[in-house]
Design a protein around this ligand. Structure first.
Ligand SMILES: Cc1ncc(C[n+]2csc(CCOP(=O)(O)OP(=O)(O)O)c2C)c(N)n1
Ligand SMILES: [Mg+2]
Length: 408
C-alpha cells in the first residue's frame, strides 16, 4: 500500500496585494508569429493555433504578420472612437453610481476592443449573445447613450421598463440579444439560434460570449458539443480577462491548458487571440465568420485580455490582487495601441485624439443631463401599469385579474 498522503492542488494567483505583479505564466508569442491557416483548413490541420496567439500590432504600432490585411483608416478611426466613447461613458456612469444615481454598474475597461471590433465586423442582421462586458458592441452600432443611461437609472424612460438590472441591455435591432445575469446561460442560446438559422436555410450567423470563469460551468461544454456536432454557424468567444470577480483564471483551468485549447476535445477549431489588439480581434472574427458562412461550422476564440477595473461597483479588487497589476499587463491598453498605430501610419494625431475625447465627453455629459432630467434612481420610475404589458401576446386571465385588482 502506498505511504503517500493524498492532497489536492489548489491553484493560487501569481501575486496578491502587496506583491509585485507577475504575468510570466501567460505565454505570449511575438506579433506576427502565429500562422494564419486557410479558412477551409480542417480542425485537425490547426491544432497548434490554440497554443499560439493571433497578434498583429507590435510594440511600435506597426501591423505585422500573416493576419494583417489592408484596413480602411476610416474603419480604424471608427473603432478608436467607439472604444474611447465606451471608456468615457463607463467612467462617467461608474461615478454616477457613487453619487447614488443608480444601484449597480459594470465596466469593461481594458477589454473594449473585443465588443467594438466584433460589432463592426459582423453583419447588421447577425445576432450577438452578449455578456455584461461588451457594451462597446452597442456603442459601436450607435445605440443611443441616453437610452442606456435611462435603463441604468431605472427611470420612467427605461427602455426595458425596470424589468432588467442596469446594464443588462436588450436591443434586437442592434443585433444584441437580451443579456442574462445568469452567466453562461446565453452561450447555448447562441448555438441554438445559429442552428435555427441553418435549419431554416437562412444566412445569418451568431456570436456567443462567455467569461473565463464561466467556462467552468456545464453550459459552456453543452454549447460546444452541440456547436461541433451540428456544425452550427456560430462564433464562440471566451473573454479571458484573468479574473472572475475575485477568483483568478487558474480556478477555471488556466494552469492546465489554454482556454482556446478546450476546442480540441470537441473537434472544433480554436484560436487564441490578443484581445487588446483591435486588428487581431477584427481579423480573427472575419476568419471565423467566413468559416461559419461557408457551412464549415463553429470556431472557439479565446480573447486574452485583462479586466483593468473591479468586477462591478460592488467589488474592490485591491483586496485580492496587487493594486498596480493592470499597469503591468503585457498586452497593454487597446485604445492606446490602436491610437499609436493610426498615428504611425499617418492617419491620426495627438491633437485630433484630444479633440475627439473632448467631443465624446461632451456627448456623454449631454446624454446624462437628459437622463438626469427624467430622473435618477428612485426619483422616477416606469409606470406600474407597464408591468402588465409586453409579457404575454394574449394576456393570461390571471394577469387581467391582477390588473383589475390594482385598479389599472
Ligand atoms: C449562473 C451564475 N452563477 C454565478 C453568478 C455570480 N457571478 C456573476 S459574474 C461572476 C463571475 C464571472 O466571471 P467570468 O466568467 O470570468 O466573467 P467576467 O466577469 O470576468 O467578464 C459570477 C460568479 C451568476 N451571475 N450567475
Ligand atoms: Mg473573467
Amino acid at each position: 500500500m502506498s505511504e503517500i498522503e493524498l492532497h489536492l492542488h489548489i491553484p493560487v494567483p501569481s501575486a496578491r496585494p502587496g506583491d509585485a505583479p507577475c504575468f510570466d505564466h501567460i505565454p505570449i508569442p511575438a506579433a506576427g508569429e502565429t500562422r494564419r491557416p486557410d479558412v477551409s483548413a480542417t480542425e485537425a490541420e490547426m491544432r497548434d493555433l490554440p497554443y499560439g496567439m493571433v497578434r498583429i500590432l507590435d510594440g511600435e504600432g506597426s501591423a505585422v504578420g500573416p493576419w494583417a490585411s489592408a484596413e480602411d483608416p476610416d474603419f480604424l478611426r471608427q473603432g478608436l472612437r467607439a472604444m474611447t466613447q465606451t471608456r468615457i461613458f463607463e467612467d462617467r456612469l461608474f461615478r454616477a453610481h457613487r453619487q447614488g444615481k443608480t444601484s449597480f454598474f459594470m465596466k469593461s475597461t481594458g477589454e473594449e476592443a473585443i465588443g467594438v471590433a466584433q460589432s463592426m465586423v459582423l453583419a447588421a442582421d447577425d445576432m450577438c449573445f452578449p455578456t455584461y462586458r461588451v457594451q462597446g458592441w452597442l456603442i459601436a452600432r450607435g445605440y443611443p447613450i441616453v437610452d442606456m443611461i435611462n435603463q441604468i437609472y431605472s427611470n420612467a424612460r427605461d427602455p426595458l421598463k425596470g424589468r432588467q438590472l442596469p446594464i443588462l441591455y436588450s436591443a434586437r435591432d442592434y443585433g444584441f440579444y437580451s443579456l442574462s445575469g445568469n452567466v453562461g446561460s446565453r452561450f447555448g442560446h447562441a448555438v441554438g439560434w445559429a442552428m435555427a438559422s441553418a435549419y431554416k436555410g437562412d444566412h445569418r450567423i451568431a456570436l456567443g460570449y462567455i467569461g473565463d470563469g464561466t467556462t467552468a460551468e456545464g453550459d459552456f461544454h453543452e454549447a460546444l458539443t452541440f456547436a461541433a456536432v451540428y456544425r452550427a454557424p456560430v462564433i464562440l468567444a471566451i473573454t479571458n480577462n484573468q479574473w472572475a470577480i475575485s477568483s483568478f483564471s487558474g480556478i477555471a483551468g488556466a494552469e492546465q491548458t489554454t482556454f482556446a485549447a478546450k476546442a480540441i476535445g470537441y473537434g472544433l477549431p480554436g484560436l487564441r487571440v490578443d484581445g487588446n489588439d483591435f486588428l487581431a480581434v477584427a481579423a480573427a472574427t472575419r476568419w471565423a465568420a467566413e468559416r461559419a458562412r461557408a457551412n464549415l461550422g463553429a470556431t472557439l476564440i479565446e480573447f486574452v485580455t485583462y479586466r483593468a477595473s473591479g468586477h462591478s461597483t460592488s467589488d474592490d479588487p485591491t483586496k485580492y490582487r496587487p493594486a498596480d497589476e493592470a499597469a503591468h499587463w503585457p498586452l497593454g491598453d487597446p485604445i492606446v495601441r490602436l491610437k499609436t498605430h493610426l498615428i504611425a501610419i499617418g492617419e491620426w494625431s495627438e491633437a485630433r485624439h484630444s479633440q475627439m475625447e473632448a467631443e465624446l465627453t461632451e456627448a456623454v455629459h449631454a446624454a446624462q443631463r437628459e437622463a438626469d432630467a427624467v430622473g435618477t434612481l428612485g426619483a422616477s420610475k416606469p409606470a406600474v401599469a407597464e408591468m402588465f404589458e409586453g409579457v404575454f401576446k394574449h394576456p393570461d386571465w390571471r394577469v387581467i385579474e391582477q390588473r383589475r385588482e390594482m385598479g389599472l
